[in-house]
Design a protein around this ligand. Structure first.
Ligand code: FES
Ligand code: FES
Length: 174
């Protein structure tokens, strides 16, 4: 078995490990790092349950070798938010009751969050298209799409508020 030492950022923290060159990024995340929010399901890139961000871009971690992440930054669902300080997409998913068993939810959140970074004002069809690689067996997708729309709206409102504060730091006060 050939091994290689890799160093990468995981949710903002540096990590160094020696691992088999054929290790999947998904298995490295789950088994070596214990970050089991990233789910293992189909093993062939079909379900999206294993989605993480690699240098900010969404990837299906069952299709990426861990050694490919050497020198790069990955974000898993554990790095997105926490109880009391949810990521806007997590908050929107909860608000919309877009979660049943929850197995697909981490992958959905990672995919939607990355999509909204590039598409802050998407149409419903664009959201549906963005989620074509994420399977949910419970919800029927309607509420997940609603959550993505709500998260997009919240993101636009936040950006507008920040832009207003930047142009008028006193917030209109004399
Ligand atoms: S486990 Fe990676 S896409 Fe299904
Ligand atoms: S909530 Fe169960 S698979 Fe999506």
């Amino acid at each position: 078995m050939r091994e290689r030492r890799i160093t990468l950022l995981v949710n903002g923290a540096p990590v160094t490990r020696t691992l088999a060159v054929e290790s999947l990024l998904r298995d490295f995340i789950r088994d070596d790092l214990g970050l089991t929010g990233t789910k293992a399901a189909c093993d062939d890139g079909m379900c999206g349950a294993c989605a993480v961000h690699l240098d900010g871009a969404p990837v299906k971690s069952c299709l990426v070798l861990a050694v490919e992440a050497d020198g790069r930054a990955i974000t898993t669902i554990e790095g997105m938010g926490r109880p009391g300080a949810l990521h806007p997409v997590q908050a929107a998913m909860a608000e919309a009751f877009a979660i049943q068993c929850g197995f697909c939810t981490p992958g959905m959140v990672m995919t939607i969050a990355a999509f909204l970074e590039d598409n802050p004002d998407p149409s419903t069809d664009q959201i549906r298209e963005a989620l074509v690689g994420n399977i949910c067996r419970c919800t029927g997708y309607v509420r997940i799409v609603q959550a993505a729309r709500a998260a997009a709206q919240a993101g636009r409102a936040l950006r507008a508020t920040r832009a207003g504060l930047a142009s008028d730091p006193a917030g209109g006060k004399p």
